[in-house]
Every structure is written in C-alpha cells, then in structure tokens.
Design a protein around this ligand. Structure first.
Ligand code: ARG
Length: 460
C-alpha cells in the first residue's frame, strides 16, 4: 500500500515503507487511545471556552471524538501503520467523521504536549489500580497473620537457623514492604498528576489558551510551570518504574521464600492444585511455577527502569523522538506488576496452606534457642560475652553427643555453670523464646498482636 503523505507540503514524497514501520508507534501506543480522546475533548472545549473556535465547532469535535471511542470499544477502529501513531490516527478518523472542522482540533497544540498528557493520564489510572491491588495483597497477608500469631516458624540469618519467630511476624514484614510501596506510589501520583497540555511543541503558543481550564477538565492537580520541562519531563515515569522495581523486589523475595518453603527440605507450606503445576515427565512433582514466574519477571521491570534512565540521560531540551521509546517499557511494567500482584494475592489467599505441625516440630529441632541460654545467664549477672562463649561450648558438646539443649539434664547444666536452675527448661522452650522477644517491633506475641492492630489502621 502506498503511504499517504503525513507532513506538510514541504514534503514531496511519502516515507520509505520500511522507515514508516520503523518510525511508527501505533503498534503499541494504541493503548493510549482512550486517554488521547479524553485529552482531545478537554482541548476542544478549551478552544471554545477561549473563543479560539466556536461552540458549535467544539461540539462537533467532541461528538466525533466520542464516536471514535465507541468505534474503538466495539473493535471497529484498528488503525494501521500508515497512521504512524495514535494521535494522528484519531485526528484523521475525526476528520473523516466530522469533515474539515476536524482539522481545527490541533490548533494551539503539538503532539509533544499531547503525548505527555496521554501518558500521564494513563499512568495516573494505573497507579490507582496498583495501589488498590497492593491493598488487597496486604489484606490477605494480614488475614494470615491474624490466624498465625502463635504458629512458630524458624527464623534465619544467612539462611542458617537463627531464632524462632511468630509466623505472623514474618508475614507482617511483607505487609510493611507493601505499605511503603503503597505510600511511595501515592507520592509519585502527585508528580504524575501535572498537566503539560498547552506547552505546545516546546515554547508555548501564540493562541490565548487557558491551561488551567484543560487541567481542571482532566482533573490534574496542577500545570507544568515551564513549557520545555512540560514536554520533555519523564521523571514521573522513571519514578514509577523505580517504585515498580521495588514492588517486584518485594514480591520476588516472598516468592523465593515460598519456593523454599514448598520444597521437601523445608516442607513449611503445601501448594494447592489450583496454584501449582505438574511436570511433563516426573509424575510426583508439584512445581511452584507462580512464585518462580514472579521472581523471573522481576528483571524485565529493572530493565525498563534502566532503559528509560538511559533514554533520558543525554537528551537535549526539549522533545526528541527518543521519548517514543518510553512507552513499551512503561506498558510492560504496568502489566508485569499488575499481573504479579494479582497472582501473588490469589496464591496467598487460596493457593497454599501452612503446615503448622511441621512448623512446630521444625522449631524444636535446632539450636535456635542458644541466644536465650546466654540471655538467661546474663540476666543472672553473668557478663553476656562470657555467657555467649559458654553456650558456644555447650552447643559444641551437645552436637557431638547428638543432643539438643532441651535434652541436657539439670546436673549437666549446673556442671556448666552454677547459675542454671530448673527454670532453664522453660526459658529455652520455643514458645517462650518467641514470647520473650517483647521489645517494640519484635516477634513476641504481645508485640505481634499490637502490630496486627496497627496494620489494620494502616489499611483504613
Ligand atoms: N509518537 C510520538 C511519541 O510517542 C508522539 C510525539 C511525536 N512528536 C514529534 N514531534 N515527532 O513520542
């Protein structure tokens, strides 16, 4: 098909077909079409409001634009490569629908402020959606936490058994990460919600436009103070990709734990059939594909952040076509974060079970109460470092004898240090070990119950 000529009469021929394909963004920026239409409607109304076009003309434009929205929703509007991008596609279709008045829409506007407006409107909605998803994910974590205050789970540092924990405490750590993600996106929303519309190509416009009118029509919180900055700023998008990367980091860390916990070696959770997959050859297998995919998808979001930073770093003011490269990374990150949050929320809500019996035996089988023996002696006046060394020796001899601390007789304890008494057994029982860590923010049951109450208020 021959390309129609897009540009002014300065151009004598159309683009080479391969160059047209290379140049076009319609293949992906069609995603923005409804925002483009909404932005154009606000612009048309402003043009009438300021007397730049007549009220009747504006009405025709708005009707035509709404018509395109319907055509798109019904699947009848599928512009091809000849349209170049979504902005041209809409403008052309508008002129087909309403005639020459359609050509007035682009008065006092450039695709540069237009695309900036579209991407902000789009991202604003996506941020709202992701924040809502974070709330659901937090809600599921909180419900598990409420059920599992007194379920114990081994706590690790260096992936070595360290000290036992309340399972609720462990889950609430992820709740708090999500809380920061939610707050961070709230901040980014404010900086995304600024209107560049009316910045023109770069310098503003000769027409008596009203930027505050379009901003308020589109429910922006403010307008860019500088037209050059307005058309070329993508800080908000970088911030969004940064926040998205952190969300993925948090989901990926939880994924990693779920994968470990589902293994035979840990055996802390069982994956249900609705959220796990089999092997095509090993019939005994049940694989944690969902958390593995979340963990695996994390890298692409990091990649999009890196790409946009790189796109921006050498750009002279103001608009440069490099900026067209912002979109695919943003769209893909939005889909990745939304898809991952949805999958993790479902997995947590209905795709797994904690093996509480296995968890309670797990915390009985190790030396993760060793710190408590040292604390016990320290509380009786033995200097902590001395107590620490002594307990190290106890662990060593117990290991050699194939015993755990709870298996030592009172005589054996007292031979180690006369300060040991009958209450040592109570002090090293895992439940007591957890309960005793009652410092603010610690895993003690009382602290965890308080943490659950304040988490509930965070969700309000
Ligand atoms: N498709 C372009 C983009 O996504 C729209 C803006 C084009 N502006 C320009 N002056 N070529 O960035």
């Amino acid at each position: 098909m021959t390309q129609p000529k897009t540009w002014s009469d300065r151009f004598e021929s159309a683009l080479h077909p391969a160059i047209a394909r290379f140049n076009a963004s319609i293949g992906f920026d069609i995603e923005l079409i409804e925002y483009d239409i909404t932005g154009s409607i606000a612009h048309a109304k402003m043009l009438a409001h300021t007397g730049i076009i007549s009220k009747e003309e504006a009405m025709q434009l708005v009707t035509g634009l709404e018509q395109i929205r319907i055509e798109y929703r019904e699947g009848h509007f599928n512009p091809g490569i000849e349209a170049e991008d979504v902005h041209f596609a809409v403008e052309r279709r508008l002129t087909e629908l309403v005639g020459d008045v359609g050509k007035k829409l682009h008065t006092a506007r450039s695709r540069n402020d237009q695309v900036g407006t579209d991407i902000r409107l789009y991202l604003r909605d996506q941020i709202t959606e992701i924040r809502q998803q974070l709330r659901e994910y937090q809600g599921v974590l909180l419900r598990h936490a409420e059920k599992h205050v007194e379920t114990l789970i081994p706590g690790y540092t260096h992936l070595q058994r360290a000290q036992p924990l309340s399972l609720a405490h462990h889950l609430l750590a992820y709740f708090q990460m999500a809380q920061r993600d939610w707050e961070r996106l709230g901040e980014i929303y404010k900086r995304t919600n600024i209107s560049p519309l009316g910045s023109g190509a770069l310098a503003g416009t000769t027409f008596p436009i009203d930027r505050h009118f379009t901003a308020s029509e589109l429910e922006f919180g403010g307008v860019y103070a500088n037209s050059l900055d307005g058309v070329s700023d993508r800080d908000f998008a970088i911030e969004f990709l940064c926040a998205s990367s952190l969300i993925m980091v948090h989901l990926s860390r939880l994924s990693e734990e779920l994968i470990l916990w589902a293994s035979q070696e840990f055996g802390f959770i069982t994956l249900k059939d609705n959220c796990s997959t089999g092997s095509s050859i090993m019939p005994q297998k049940k694989n944690p594909d969902i958390p593995e995919l979340v963990r695996g998808k994390t890298g692409r979001v990091f990649g999009h952040l890196q790409a946009l930073l790189t796109i921006m770093k050498g750009l002279p003011l103001a608009y440069n076509k490099d900026l067209q490269e912002d979109k695919e990374g943003i769209f893909d990150s939005v889909k990745t974060v939304q898809g991952s949050l949805e999958a993790m929320t479902i997995l947590l809500r209905e795709g797994l079970e904690f093996r509480t019996e296995r968890l309670s035996t797990a915390v009985e089988e190790d030396f993760s109460n060793a710190t408590d023996v040292a604390d016990y002696l320290a509380a009786k006046g033995v200097p902590f470092r001395e107590a620490y060394n002594l307990v190290g020796k106890v662990v060593k001899t117990s290991l050699a004898a194939g015993k755990l601390l709870k298996d030592l007789t009172l005589e054996e304890w007292q031979a180690l240090h006369p300060a040991f008494a009958e209450d040592i057994y109570q002090a090293i029982a895992p439940r007591q070990v957890v309960a005793a860590r009652n410092s603010y923010g610690g895993t003690g049951f009382e602290q965890v119950r308080n943490a659950i109450e304040s988490a509930k208020t965070q969700l309000l």
